[in-house]
Design a protein around this ligand. Structure first.
Ligand code: F6P
Length: 324
């Protein structure tokens, strides 16, 4: 059963952009139009919410953006929204513009913002997990993670070509903030010799043991997550302590992982989550995130969402096996 009170939904993307955000925006506009509900796009995340930086969202225009990475609504990490003054101003903007409900697409910072904002008023807020880091509780996949891993492996495969030609050790640093998901998925997919992630302390010892047996007759690929406490530089210096003559290079994949066309998986996930977000708002849900857990869409309350989400135990076990 639908609530009849919702006539106008505001939507924004926030934090680091991720491939699939545009697909979600398209689905939100399409679903709302089908139900006769107005959708307003809020530009630059919470910043646009504070300043009333709005744009009209039409599914016809967004349809052509499904294939594009980034976010056509632009995004930002807002310091002002972290302060009560910023949140009060944002609430005034919502009320003045008769926005009845909000959908936010972003990562853990976005959900912390939503949680704080929900304590200020009684409007329905729904979130969609959009970040390449896959570090959100309540979903097996965040929007953009699959695309980022595909971009990472495409580049790591290329690094392997040159590494094998020179019999070099390559340390490849991937993104992921405090989560090792990108590192473990891209490392397993590219046959890396070692994968270092923040969640696992012992992996460095395995790595050093393995390097001792390295005979410089092949490539040796080490994947390091940017959040790993050891870090690429220290790994390099420890390896040089074992063998000062080792031919070693460091490659940081950086922001290339955030851009590019979304994978088919992220496009469809974005569309499914976008439709679900509008449907759930109309059914009376509030202060929850639409996730994709155990192969189906689900809802998780914001305070659960922001709990730390670590690489699953089962994957960490795989890492031990493949690092040996
Ligand atoms: O959260 C997404 C992410 O790309 C992280 O993997 C990375 O640590 C961070 O954002 C980089 O942020 P910025 O683009 O602000 O440098």
């Amino acid at each position: 059963m639908y609530t009849t009170e919702i006539k106008h939904i505001g939507v924004f993307t926030s934090g680091g952009d991720s491939p699939g955000m545009n697909a979600a925006l398209y689905a939100i506009a399409k679903t709302a139009e089908a139900k006769g509900i107005k959708v307003t796009g809020i530009r630059k995340g919470y910043e646009g919410l504070i300043d009333g930086d709005f744009t009209t969202l039409k599914s016809h225009d967004l349809q052509k953006k499904v294939q594009r990475g980034g976010t056509m609504l632009k995004t930002a990490r807002s310091k002002r929204f972290m302060e009560p003054e910023g949140r009060n101003k944002a609430l005034q903007t919502l009320l003045t513009n008769n926005i009845d409900a909000l959908i936010a697409i972003g990562g853990d910072g976005t959900f912390r913002g939503l949680l704080a904002f929900s304590e200020l008023c009684n409007l329905p807020f729904i979130g969609i997990p959009g970040t390449i880091d896959n570090d959100i509780s309540g979903t097996d996949y965040t929007l953009g993670f699959d695309s980022a891993v595909n971009t990472a492996i495409e580049n790591i495969d290329k690094i392997r070509d040159t590494a094998e030609s020179h019999n070099r050790v390559f340390i490849v640093e991937v993104m992921g903030r405090d989560s090792g998901y990108i590192a473990i998925h891209s490392g397993l997919s590219t046959g890396a010799d070692a994968i270092l992630i923040p969640e696992s302390g012992k992996d460095f010892i395995y790595l050093l043991d393995k390097v001792k047996g390295y005979n410089s007759e092949d490539a040796f690929l080490i994947l390091v997550s940017e959040g790993d406490e050891i870090g690429a530089e220290l790994v390099a210096s420890k390896i040089r302590e074992i063998n000062a003559n080792i031919d070693l290079r460091i490659a940081r994949l950086g922001h290339v992982q955030r851009g590019g066309n979304p994978s088919a998986f992220d496009r469809v996930l974005g569309i499914r989550m976008g439709v679900e977000a509008v449907e759930r708002i109309l059914s009376g849900a509030k202060n929850k995130m639409v996730g994709f857990l155990n192969n189906q869409l689900n809802l998780t309350p914001f305070d659960e969402v922001i709990k730390q989400h670590q690489v699953k135990e089962e994957l960490q076990e795989l890492l031990k096996l493949f690092s040996k």
